[in-house]
Design a binder for this molecule. Structure first.
Ligand code: PHE
Length: 495
């Protein structure tokens, strides 16, 4: 087996007292850097060798020097370019890129001369044969035997054919702990070593405080959280404040009844909504408000004829996983109407999870995140809603919007929001919106001249588009690739 470089160094010192690491390069046929590396690992074992820093100056060919050593000097090139009948100087200058230097050198060497007896004057050869000493000398330097005279060296340096380099190395000699082999160094101090006293005889590896540590693992924000941050920023810039959304479990009352959604509405079916078994019901409701909700559903009021059915408290008490964050908006609007000092205009937003008992496919899960904005003020109109939506979506980098009439039990009019997606090259639905119905707002106690405009969208959809994810299962759930989360870029919506 090839002995390890560290052992070859130790063995070499066994036969010679002192050696320069540079001299080991040809002996070992190894790179100097590798020999230094081996020296460092010997030194980690203690004072096996003494290493005294030293440096050596040596000559090295420059790039131009290498070319001359291979192809001949510039003056030789010029000499060779002169034909026996002679050549015009201007013509000769075109023969090689370094012809100017070559010409003056060849002249001073006496290799060529200018014959002025003819017109125009011609450059002619003065000797039959030349010896390209520059080339030979440089070749010798390249081969490591360079006993050039000092004046020649300084001329070549001036001509930028040679350069002096300093190489640092070490003079090695045996140290007080010299041995032919390296014992393996211990890296851990164990209980056994301490108990047996073995530690006293063992050699321990020194700490390397300059070593680069392994990068520590850390948490990473999921793409949905990154996009949520951006949405939140947009709402905050527009003067909205965030609603408290920390209740996934909601009563049917706030999720549906308060929103004037009749108790027979298909969405209130177990096929669409997750109802809760324990606790199955809520009991604490603002009683007079509850009575007004009951009345508007069953008998109407506030100019509405209602739905004319037998409204049941038990149905409103049923607990469920909220199906939309509009339940949160309903609670906030009720608070706004009943706050001390009375109603004040308000702008609210929320971004949080909602749940629907849906058939799962590539774009639907049983839970998703909703982004919702709500503005309550005196005399708001559909124009305010449209203007606000343009402003909101403009901040997302979306400028082309279209609206389609829609139906929600709690808004009238209602509009689906579409935007043109240049990447997908088509119109896609991005949200739903509307003006909350008087049947919802007036029972809460909001003044009759106050209108509330609102809109909602999913957080998943823009996230999937932004991060180029086609299947929602790659974004949410057990199949999510943690590498995707770890390496996903931060989100900047173009605004
Ligand atoms: N709640 C609606 C939904 O779940 C969104 C919406 C919010 C619509 C506010 C109108 C007004 O799709």
């Amino acid at each position: 087996m090839h002995p390890d470089l560290t052992e070859r160094i130790l063995q070499h010192l066994n036969v010679s007292d002192k050696v320069d690491t540079l001299d080991l390069v040809p002996i070992f046929g190894e790179d100097h850097q590798k020999i230094i590396g081996a020296l460092k690992s010997i030194q980690a074992h203690g004072e096996l060798v003494l290493a005294e820093p030293t440096s050596r100056k040596s000559l090295e060919l420059t790039g131009e020097g290498i070319e001359v050593a291979a192809n001949g000097s510039h003056e030789a090139a010029v000499y060779n370019a002169v034909p026996s009948e002679g050549i015009a100087q201007a013509e000769l200058m075109k023969s090689s890129p370094n012809a100017k230097v070559g010409f003056s050198k060849a002249m001073s060497q006496g290799w060529i001369f200018v014959d002025k007896s003819v017109t125009p004057p011609l450059v002619k050869k003065k000797v039959d044969k030349i010896e390209d000493l520059v080339m030979q000398n440089l070749k010798a330097v390249a081969n490591g035997n360079s006993d050039l005279a000092a004046n020649v060296v300084s001329e070549y340096k001036k001509r930028k054919l040679l350069q002096e380099v300093t190489t640092k190395s070490f003079i090695l000699s045996k140290g007080p702990e010299y041995s032919l082999t390296l014992t393996k160094l211990e890296t851990d101090l164990t209980v056994e070593m301490l108990a047996s006293g073995l530690w006293k005889d063992l050699k321990f590896k020194a700490y390397n405080f300059d070593a680069l540590g392994a990068p520590p693992t850390r948490g990473h924000l999921h793409p949905l959280l990154k996009v949520r941050t951006e949405f939140r920023q947009i709402f905050l810039e527009m003067g909205f404040s965030e609603m408290p959304t920390n209740n996934y479990v909601e009563s049917s009352f706030w999720n549906f009844d308060a929103l004037f959604q009749p108790q027979q509405h298909p969405a209130r079916d177990a096929h669409d909504t997750f109802f809760i078994n324990y606790p199955s019901k809520s009991y604490k409701f603002p009683q007079d408000y509850l009575q007004r909700v009951k009345k508007v559903h069953s008998e109407g009021g506030y100019g509405s004829q209602g739905y004319g059915y037998d409204w049941k408290l038990e149905e409103a008490q049923k607990n469920l996983l909220r199906t939309h964050t509009t339940a949160v908006s309903a609670r906030m609007l009720y608070k706004l109407a009943n706050q001390p000092g009375g109603f004040k205009p308000a702008k609210y937003f929320s971004i949080d999870r909602v749940f629907r008992n849906e058939t799962l496919d590539a774009t639907h899960l049983a839970e998703f995140q909703q982004v919702e904005g709500v503005i309550a003020d005196v005399g708001l109109t559909l124009g305010d809603l449209i203007g606000t939506l343009y402003e909101f979506f403009r901040k997302l980098g979306i400028t082309k919007l279209e609206f389609k009439p829609a139906y929600n039990p709690y808004t009238e009019p209602s509009m689906e929001i579409f935007c043109f997606h240049p990447g997908l090259d088509k119109w896609i639905e991005v949200g739903n919106s509307g003006i909350f119905r008087p049947e919802m707002l007036l029972p809460m106690g909001l003044p009759p001249n106050v209108n509330v405009i609102a809109w909602g969208l999913s957080l998943e959809r823009p996230t999937m588009i932004k991060y180029g994810i086609n299947n929602i299962r790659d974004l949410v759930g057990p199949k999510v690739d943690l590498k995707m989360v770890e390496e996903g870029p931060i989100c900047r919506l173009e605004r």
